[in-house]
Write a protein that binds this ligand. Structure first.
Ligand code: NAD
Ligand code: AHE
Ligand code: ZN
Length: 375
């Protein structure tokens, strides 16, 4: 079949909207009509050329929602008409990683996914001239129709609006999951969130859900403050307005009883390795945990004095918020539909596919939280 897609032809260049060929689903695969897709900072990261795994030409996008149109031989868990959210972290429930119950990082198709290919080593997308176009993160939601492995779709309830729940395909689950699954934040905790964008705001709503007492937000852009407060931020720090952001946070968390100070938990949602260091070092001696969510460019490295770890601070990372997609994503959709979490205010812009490059401009200028493309 033919489908309309926004193609990343070359690093650093705007996406090109075009008709492409899409081959049907093979064994174990499903054809999905994408109804809506968010634009995550990771799409920008790859498009910019900073992603060591970035390959071109490719169809980016990994934060979608849609409807199953056709299933390939052997598919049993979904059928045409089912509403689904594509999963860049699949859940096969059979690989050593899934069976370990220690990680959500299913390894069954990671190698081909990283090469922009389906599990059989080929691409379903091609130009109208027949040249292959690569998949991205196993999802390629910047195409109106896409093919996914069966293990990479979460079946969700049919009354949930696509243009909102697409955000659960990455940002919402990543932010809330980092708090609940990775950090396991407890009631009364003091936490710091670096970067108040599409991920950071969801960390904040996760912290509120977990019962944190103090939620300090850090961002260079003061325009991010009102929305963060709406989601539960209690204090705001702009690094431009203070001499030493680590000291500022330590001071905020001190009490007459605890004169050492430091956050119980911190979260990096910027992808900046200097910020990652601050995020670790502002946590409490003896027990502070810092969770890296941000994705850093090729060649970037983190550093700190080993003494920071010797004295009990813990550095952790999280992908997709530690969520097991087929199991957890339908529950998060229920949380949204039951009013337990909010999504709508964070979707600041709704665009047509033709306008997708505007979504990247809005991200660069700091005007948007999430832009969503509705097909
Ligand atoms: P975003 O652009 O919406 O937000 C980033 C925010 O960080 C902005 O508000 C920006 O002003 C702020 N910021 C930038 N530099 C800063 C600095 N030095 N100090 C303080 N604030 C700073 O991006 P997003 O969609 O929220 O994504 C955030 C990061 O998380 C990206 O690196 C993205 O690739 C990554 N990410 C990781 C996962 C994962 O599973 N680990 C999932 C989704 C996104
Ligand atoms: N390809 C990059 C890393 C990108 C990355 O870390 N991706 C996250 C999800 S970001 C979603 O917005 C992830 O899931 N990582 C685990 C994985 O297996 O890719 C690089 O640096 O090579
Ligand atoms: Zn993402």
């Amino acid at each position: 079949m033919r489908t309309r897609a926004a193609v990343a032809v070359q690093a650093g260049k705007p996406l090109e909207i075009m008709e492409v060929n899409l081959a049907g689903p093979k064994a174990g695969e499903v054809l999905v009509e994408i109804k809506a897709t968010g634009i995550c900072h990771t799409d920008e990261f790859t498009l910019s050329g900073a992603d060591p795994e970035g390959l071109f030409p490719a169809i980016l996008g990994h934060e979608g929602a849609g409807v199953v149109v056709e299933v390939g031989p052997g598919v049993t868990s979904v059928k045409p008409g089912d509403h689904v959210i594509p999963l860049y972290t699949p859940e096969c429930r059979a690989c050593p990683s899934c069976l370990s119950q220690k990680t959500n990082l299913c390894t069954s198709i990671r190698a081909t996914q990283g090469q922009g290919l389906m599990p059989d080593g080929t691409s379903r997308f091609s130009t109208l001239d027949g040249d292959p176009i690569l998949h991205y993160m196993g999802c390629s939601t910047f195409s109106n129709y896409t093919v996914l492995p069966e293990i990479a779709v979460a079946k969700v309830r049919e009354d949930a609006p696509f243009e909102k729940i697409c955000y659960i395909g990455c940002g919402v689950t990543t932010g809330i999951g980092a708090v609940i699954n990775t950090a396991k934040v407890e009631i009364g905790a003091k936490a710091v969130v670096f970067g108040l964008g599409g991920i950071g705001l969801n960390v904040i709503q996760g912290l509120r859900l977990a019962g944190a007492d103090m939620i300090i937000g850090v961002d260079l852009n003061p325009a991010k403050k009102p929305m963060a407060e709406r989601f539960g931020m209690t204090h705001f720090v702009n690094p431009k307005d203070c001499e030493n952001v680590v000291q500022e946070i330590v001071n905020l968390t001190k009490t007459p009883f605890d004169k050492i100070g430091g956050a119980d938990y911190s979260f990096d949602c910027t992808g900046n390795v200097k910020v990652m260091r601050d995020a670790l070092e502002c946590t409490h001696r003896g027990w502070g945990q810092s969770i890296i969510i941000g994705v850093a460019p090729a060649g970037a490295e983190i550093s700190t004095r080993p003494f920071q770890l010797v004295t009990g601070r813990v550095w952790k990372g999280t992908a997709f918020g530690g969520a097991r997609g087929r199991t957890d994503v339908p529950k998060i959709v229920d949380w949204y539909m039951d009013g337990k979490i909010e999504i709508d205010p964070m979707i600041t812009h709704t665009l047509k596919l033709d306008e997708i490059n505007k979504g990247f401009d809005l991200m660069h200028s700091g005007e948007s939280i999430r832009s969503v493309v509705v097909y």
